[in-house]
Design a protein around this ligand. Structure first.
Ligand SMILES: [Cu+2]
Length: 287
């Protein structure tokens, strides 16, 4: 009888192993205020979700595998109240007072991506930088890149997003993960450097206030996960128009070697402070 019970338990555990034995992934996020130094030595104030109380301009990528239990703790290290919400994931919506923190759990079941952001005073806090990527991978060995694309109006940032008119919004700097070309060529989470026939996954979020349109030279990646208003799953093409707060995962299997650029097809966004190509522009290297 005892043997039978043990066998049954073992059987149940193996059946449920995907759930019972799921890995817990803990991620700390801190809301920090700081200064973004971009191309042409331009500086302006921004906010960011970082993994420590030290400000860095890029929001932390929160990453886990499907079926993990993702536990996020957010601490407000700023002097103003902030919010925390995960777009398209119900039940996560908090207000966090200065020095306070909250903890929430995300249970992703498939390769997917979400924007986490400060939804208070929308779009002001998001615009000031409080929006990052949750990237859910299939396997630990997946080849992944993270592109958090965004534009900035330096005068609006100087005003901290207060009393600005979105109808006369003319952004002058354009970034991926807080960087512009040629800084982008040094960011290994942005610059694709792989071998021919590798399977590459690019997690993209448009956390800016404008529409952005990514143009790939050389290849037609395929959309495998998206909440974009104008993009469907399994499309394969070279230009991807994303509205504000859209996300997508592109799968790219390069079939030839060489250098190929990716850039915003709105060529204003390939500038920074009116200088080309100091914007949203990166060059892939396929070996
Ligand atoms: Cu192009």
């Amino acid at each position: 009888m005892r043997f039978k019970r043990a066998t049954l338990l073992l059987f149940l555990c193996s059946l449920l192993s995907g759930y019972v034995c799921a890995t817990k992934v803990f991620q700390n996020l801190f809301i920090n205020r700081g200064i973004l130094t971009t191309v042409k030595s331009t500086t302006f104030p921004v906010l960011a979700f970082n993994s420590s109380t030290t400000f860095v301009s890029a929001n932390t990528v929160v990453s886990c595998l499907k079926n993990d239990t993702l536990i996020i703790t957010v601490t407000n290290n700023d002097t103003a109240s902030h919010g925390f919400k995960v777009k398209n994931y119900p039940g996560i919506s908090y207000t966090i007072n200065p020095a306070a923190n909250i903890t929430c759990t995300v249970l992703p079941t498939q390769r997917s991506t979400f924007i986490y952001y400060d939804h208070l005073a929308y779009p002001r806090n998001t615009y000031m930088g409080l929006a990052g990527i949750i990237a859910v991978k299939d396997k630990p060995t997946d080849i992944v890149y993270y592109w958090n694309i965004k534009e900035h109006s330096s005068p609006y940032n100087q005003q901290l997003g207060y009393n600005v008119n979105w109808n006369t919004y003319y952004p002058d700097y354009f970034t991926i993960n807080g960087k512009s070309y040629s800084q982008l060529q040094l960011d290994p989470t942005v610059k694709i450097t792989n071998n021919i026939y590798d399977t590459i996954y690019i997690y993209v979020a448009n956390t800016g206030h404008s529409m952005h349109s990514l143009h790939f030279h050389g290849f037609h990646p395929k959309s495998i996960f998206t909440d974009c208003k104008k993009i469907q799953n399994n499309w394969a093409k070279d230009t991807w128009g994303m509205f504000s707060m859209d996300v997508m995962i592109l799968k790219l299997v390069p079939d030839k070697k060489g250098k190929y650029s990716v850039h915003d097809h709105n060529l204003v966004a390939v500038t920074g402070g009116n200088t080309h190509p100091n914007g949203m522009f990166t060059i892939m290297q396929i070996n």
